[in-house]
Design a protein around this ligand. Structure first.
Ligand code: PLP
Length: 476
């Protein structure tokens, strides 16, 4: 019996993955022991269940981190392109944030008091300068920023639904766990303990499909479109020319508010995609990085919407009306946000971060071109991501179809075993102000070596197209 190309591919890739798994066990014995010893009272053996996503069977245990470097319990040092999946986009423990946090918590005291500090007005004004939205309120996470923005949008429009894009991710926002399929919308696989079927609360369309959005909004029941201006949680999916303008026009036409979630797309520049691409959302949400690693989030809205919500006698935004949180807007996270925005993630820093990301992207692209690998890399400012398909996907659905868990595992393990940390979700790399060109080049060298190893294992077709002989995501 002849082996099918699929089984040849699976066997060879499995052998490589097995080799890397063994290397992982050998490289990180301290982490392995810590995981085995410490996990009994932790759900899933980790402090937060996403940490089970790391390839290798257990996560590496962090001991210290500074700038773009992280050191583990075994004394290994990593170039960190994961950066806490964006939470550490300012770099690990930048000096300015260290000082602001220790001053607020130590010298001055009072991390959380239910009273404002002067930092809040500074941070809000800075967010307005960057993102345009006139009035801001603070949260501890991007999820809450989105949750509260959605509530305000419902209250303001008197409409019950929101619209999102298929394979979006906006945090653990109940309404957003929905995907578009040829047979209509369905809850996203694995949606844990959903309060209601998201089809009751949400309309969903594919990114880049303006006609589908028009059709969904024409029902007249959508309070807000919640979107990342470029999808970043299913690979990076950039909008096609004119698409975001169409989204803005359609939302205005149908009386629907537009919320830009800039939590990840902040990588596009100091004011995220909103400023970089001249967008005009009604609300902006952001979280993760703006506190330099201290839990922080924010949502901003136009002056007109702010005035309306404050004047609405039926909206209890001061007490138990569903918007706000005890520790939100606390003095510690505001001090951290002020230092991060004022001294670390500055306009100048973005110039440097984007230049390094461009070098990272060009390095990977040259490997893809010289090896004729049918993969692509997409850059969004300080962030870049490769995907296992020949051309960048146009939608979440297309990008999901290019996923390849086996290739992901191989590449993640290959990198971490050689001192490079990528996000455990897909193949995203983020640059912080401390990331250097040498760091980007180190990744390129490893990526080239991994690509060569993969290519050497697959059937070579003399003069043939590379798709005949190398792995393409989702297919053998
Ligand atoms: C675009 C976007 N929005 C919101 C969130 C939620 O962030 P958090 O988990 O910090 O609340 C994420 C998390 O990955 C995200 O990618």
């Amino acid at each position: 019996m002849t082996a099918s190309p699929a089984s040849i591919r699976t066997d060879r890739l499995t052998a490589l993955i097995e080799r890397e798994r063994s290397a992982y066990l050998a490289n990180f014995p301290g982490s392995r022991l810590a995981f085995a010893a410490g996990g009994r009272h932790l759900l899933g053996g980790v402090p937060m269940t996403w940490m089970r996503m790391w390839s290798g069977g257990f996560p590496v245990y962090q001991v210290a981190a500074s700038g773009a470097r992280l050191t583990d319990i075994d004394g290994n040092e990593f170039i960190d392109f994961c950066l806490g999946d964006t939470g550490a986009m300012a770099g690990h423990s930048p000096i300015a944030v260290q000082s602001a946090v220790s001053r607020r918590y130590g010298e001055l005291g009072g991390a959380t008091t239910m009273l404002p500090t002067e930092d809040a007005a500074w941070v809000a004004a800075e967010l307005t300068r960057r993102f345009g939205a006139a009035c801001w309120s603070f949260t501890l996470t991007a999820t809450d920023a989105n949750r509260w923005a959605i509530r305000l949008a419902r209250q303001l429009t008197g409409r019950s639904k929101i619209a999102v894009f298929s394979y979006c991710y906006h945090g653990s926002v109940d309404e957003s766990f929905i995907v578009a399929t040829p047979d209509g919308p369905r809850p996203r696989a694995g949606n844990v303990g959903a309060p209601v079927d998201p089809r009751e609360t949400t309309r969903v369309v594919e990114f880049s499909d303006a006609a589908a959005l028009d059709s969904e909004l024409s029902h007249g029941d959508v309070a807000a479109v919640l979107m990342e201006p470029a999808l970043t949680n299913i690979g990076i999916v950039l909008p096609e020319a004119g698409y975001l303008e169409a989204v803005r026009e359609l939302t205005r036409q149908h009386g629907t508010l537009l919320i830009n979630d800039e939590t990840h797309t902040f990588s596009a520049g100091p004011g995220g995609c909103t400023a970089a691409w001249g967008l005009e959302p009604d609300m902006v949400t952001i979280g993760k990085s703006i506190g330099g690693g201290i839990p922080s989030g924010a949502f901003g809205l136009t002056a007109e919407l702010a005035e309306r919500i404050l004047a609405d006698p039926a909206a209890d935004i001061e007490d138990t009306g569903g918007v706000g949180g005890t520790l939100a807007g606390n003095a510690l996270s505001l001090a951290a946000m002020r230092a991060t925005l004022g001294e670390v993630l500055t306009d100048e820093a973005f110039g440097q971060m984007i230049a390094v990301a461009t070098r990272f992207t060009e390095g990977v692209r040259s490997v893809l071109e010289t090896r004729r690998l049918p993969w692509n890399i997409v850059q969004l400012g300080a962030r870049a991501e490769y995907r296992f398909c020949p051309v960048p996907p146009r939608s979440g659905g297309e990008s999901a179809a290019a996923a390849d868990p086996a290739l992901d595992e191989y590449l993640h393990l290959y990198m971490i075993n050689r001192g490079v940390l990528m996000t455990p979700f897909h193949n995203m790399a983020l640059m912080c102000p401390a990331t250097t060109e040498a760091d980007a080049d180190a990744h390129t060298a490893l990526f080239a070596a991994a690509a060569d190893e993969l290519l050497s294992l697959f059937v070579r077709v003399p003069g043939g197209r590379c798709a005949d002989r190398v792995p393409v995501g989702g297919r053998a």
